[in-house]
Design a protein around this ligand. Sequence first.
Ligand code: LLP
Length: 413
Amino acid sequence: MAFHRAHGRLMVEAVPLSDIADRFGTPCYVYSRARLEANWHAYDAAFGTRAHRIHYAVKANGNLALLNLLARLGSGFDIVSGGELARVLAAGARGADLVFSGVGKSRNELKDALLAGVGCINVESAAELSRLAGIAAELGVEAPVAFRINPDVDPGTHPYISTGLEQNKFGIPMRDAPALYRQAAELPGIKVKGIACHIGSQLTDLSPIADTVAGVLALAAELEAMGITLEHLDLGGGLGIRYRDEEPPAHADYVRVLSAIPERYEIHIEPGRSIVGDAGVLLTRVEYLKQTPTRHFAICDAAMTELIRPALYEAWHGVELLEAPAASAVAACYDLVGPVCESADFLAHERELSLTPGACLALMNAGAYGFVMASNYNTRPRPPEVLVDGDTLHEIRPRERLTDLFGTERQLP
Ligand code: LLP
């Protein structure tokens, strides 16, 4: 277990988290190398000898150190912007190991991706196809593409992270796909490689995935009948994780569902959350305890600026004390909130805890969509990120300085 208790202290690998809080201050993100790597290997092992490719979804956590560790394991990467392209290349990834997703790729982003020799561009509209064909012609290269289809499947997750429903902006309606594939197959500068889809995130049920596989296979058969050959089928993001009491499927069961795909196709997946989610925590310190007529507030030094998931999706993150409570601790049912001037600024509601001002807490399972969604609202510097490898600490990103925040702003003469 990467995060566990030893003699009452919450540990990450061999290091007490309170030592990290003391050394780097709070708020602070902490990751476990062992957990990150085990999560990647769990997918890889579940596929066994079946031809597959894991493209880690960089959006979940794009720190260079994490990307580099995954690249060393042989991971590919799913990127959604020119920024993420630059990031993965800086982390040592090869262009061929990248898939470029996203509904609004700019000309420059497409150009840079082609120049980097990207493995596949998942195209999301007819307009994007013609833009891409034009750029490929200008550059004199062939653009490898898959179309991201929208299978109109309900993933049974939060509406903000559902992406494969008809009303979502993502993908191409299934009925439009054959005509677009035909057009693409005839365009010079375009090389059709596969079919892509992604129905949503935090998936805890296999049946929408099975429905999606069936839809993709039906389209693949139709395309093959039209004489269009495909190399891979990309099923999008990975499994959900356990934040509270969810029971995400086992990797083996997930791969069994994907194995309905005939052997002649390479299976591609783009997991993000399940690679980094449980490999990271956010450390925070209680600044004040404040009692109002109806509430016990624990006002923490982390806020929605460091972890926006509770405010944005009403997401639930476990809260753990780093050390056994002090004798003077007050047991109550607390709302954990931050210093930001928004009533949506909360980290957790109604948790039974014994707290004192100064107590340090960990918000669990914060490795995915945590730091990457952090903001500077209220001119708050973003926290440091520390990666633990056994008993060794690596500061993989220092705390932002105030000069990083407004040093480039210019006043009028
Ligand atoms: N591929 C595509 C095309 C995606 O849109 C996503 C996530 C993934 C892969 C990775 O999915 P995962 O394996 O992480 O489920 N900020 C939200 C999550 C947004 C996910 C968006 N797309 C949250 O904090 O829950």
